[in-house]
Design a protein around this ligand. Structure first.
Ligand SMILES: O=C(O)C(=O)C[C@]1(C(=O)O)C=C[C@@H](O)C=C1
Length: 254
C-alpha cells in the first residue's frame, strides 16, 4: 500500500508546470491535425438525432462521467468541466495527499476556460474547414482542455507551496485581503519570461518535421505555430494561473 508523497516545494511545483508544457503542446499539435470542424460544436447539426447536445458536449459529458466513475476526480489536480450530476467514483480511492487547504475544492474556473478556449483560442491555431472527424475533434478538444485546465488549477499547488515557504509574510496580506500586494508577491517576471521563451522553443522542437536526412530543415513550418504557443501562455495561461493562486490564498485561512 503506497502512501502518496505529501510535500511540494515551489521548485517541485514549478517542475510540474514545466512538464505540463509538454502535455499542452502535444495536445495543441493533436488538435491542429483537424480543421475547425464546426458541426462538432453546433447543436442544430445533431438536432435531428435527438441528442440535445452538440457532439462536443455529448463526448465531454459522457467521457467525464466514465472517468469520474473510474476515479479521475479523486485526484485534487483534476477539475471537471461539467461537475453537475457527475457520477461518483466506483473504484477504491487512492490516498492522495492532503497538501491543499480544503477550500481549494471550491475553486473551479473551467467555465471561464471553456469560453476562452472556444471564443479566442481555437480560431487562432486551427485551419478553417471540415473533414467530418467530429468525434475525434471533440476528443482532441477535451484532451487539450484538460491539459490547460490542469495547468491553470495547478496554481493551487504553487500557491500552497509559496504560502508554506513564507507564511509570516503572506498571512497578514490575506487577512487584509490585499489583492494587489498578494499579486505582486506571486509575480516573478523573470520566471514568466523564461516560461514564455521555453514553450516557444518546445513548440519548435516538438512540432518540427523529422526526417532521416541530416540537414535539419531551417525555416520550415511547424505543426503548431510557436508564436501562438508563447502568446497563449503570456496572455492566458500565466495570468489565469496567477488568478487561481490569488483566489486560493484568499481562502487559505478560512
Ligand atoms: O513559478 C511561479 O512562481 C508561478 O507562480 C507560476 C507562474 C506561471 O504561471 O508560470 C505564475 C506566476 C509567476 O509570475 C511565474 C510563473
Amino acid at each position: 500500500y503506497k502512501i502518496a508523497k505529501a510535500e511540494h516545494t515551489v521548485a517541485s511545483a514549478r517542475a510540474s508546470l514545466v512538464r505540463q508544457e509538454d502535455t499542452i503542446i502535444f495536445a495543441l499539435i493533436e488538435r491542429a491535425r483537424f480543421p475547425l470542424n464546426s458541426p462538432t460544436y453546433n447543436q442544430s447539426y445533431t438536432f435531428i438525432s435527438h441528442l440535445q447536445d452538440s457532439i462536443l458536449d455529448f463526448v465531454i459529458r459522457n467521457t467525464e462521467a466514465v472517468q469520474s466513475k473510474a476515479g479521475r476526480y479523486i485526484n485534487p489536480e483534476e477539475n471537471p468541466f461539467f461537475p453537475k450530476n457527475l457520477p461518483p467514483s466506483v473504484v477504491p480511492h487512492y490516498p492522495f495527499s492532503h497538501f491543499l487547504h480544503p477550500a481549494a475544492a471550491l475553486i473551479n474556473i473551467n467555465q471561464d476556460i471553456w469560453k476562452l478556449y472556444f471564443n479566442e483560442l481555437l480560431p487562432m491555431f486551427v485551419a478553417s474547414g471540415d473533414d467530418g472527424n467530429y468525434a475525434q475533434t471533440a476528443a482532441a478538444d477535451l484532451t487539450l482542455l484538460q491539459a490547460i485546465s490542469r495547468r491553470i488549477h495547478y496554481g493551487k499547488f504553487v500557491a500552497e507551496a509559496k504560502f508554506r515557504e513564507a507564511p509570516q509574510v503572506i498571512e497578514p496580506l490575506i487577512r487584509a485581503k490585499d489583492r494587489e500586494a498578494l499579486m505582486k508577491l506571486l509575480t516573478l517576471k523573470r520566471v514568466e519570461e523564461m516560461v514564455v521563451k521555453r514553450v516557444e522553443k518546445k513548440a519548435m522542437v516538438f512540432g518540427q518535421e523529422v526526417s532521416l536526412d541530416n540537414d535539419v530543415k531551417k525555416g520550415g513550418t511547424y505543426k503548431v505555430d510557436p508564436s501562438i504557443v508563447s502568446l497563449l501562455y503570456q496572455k492566458w495561461l500565466i495570468p489565469l494561473t496567477k488568478n487561481v493562486e490569488l483566489e486560493y490564498l484568499l481562502k487559505r485561512l478560512d
